[in-house]
Design a protein around this ligand. Sequence first.
Ligand SMILES: [Fe+2]
Length: 195
Amino acid sequence: MFKKLATNFFVDFDRSIIENLPDLKHQYGQPYPVSEEIHWMSYEASENEAKIPNSDISFSTHTYKFMPEFTENVIEKFKETFGTEISWDKERIRILRTKGYIYPHVDEVRNSCINIGLFNSNLAITHFGKTNNISDFEEPLNTESYICQDGEAYLLNVQNLHAIYPTKESNEFRYLITYSFIADYNTLLKYIKQS
Ligand SMILES: [Fe+2]
């Protein structure tokens, strides 16, 4: 389940600061790698994903420490766009990058998130199952989908099965802001200002 929240969420983003960070691997369901160093935390491919080369999903760590101006700007933009009922926390801002196929899954740790397209975000389509049954993904009518354009913001229920498939062949990463919530999707819809 997802909801488009905004179409004009633009912040200056210099990906050269982060694109070559070291990459620490994390296996779904296992403890996170711990490091004080700035790095990408990238997911080990599942058995099915491993059959498709060049797929990757990674999250930046310590983002507010090494991109202080960027995260300040994002917080200001959150207040302006989504209101101040939520106390926005810069430590919850991460950069998400993906490439290729990410198979149906529910997220670890978080219940919902806001994702915002920063660069190349339309290189993939995000599918959400209408139920939490994996067979939804075998039949396109049982999923609801969107392609995020840069500057667009979506609220996502990431405890709902979802998958990412490429819209075209590309070896480039797509970059998004991702802001994580423990609160659930329906609760957030009550507190987020919507235009
Ligand atoms: Fe996910």
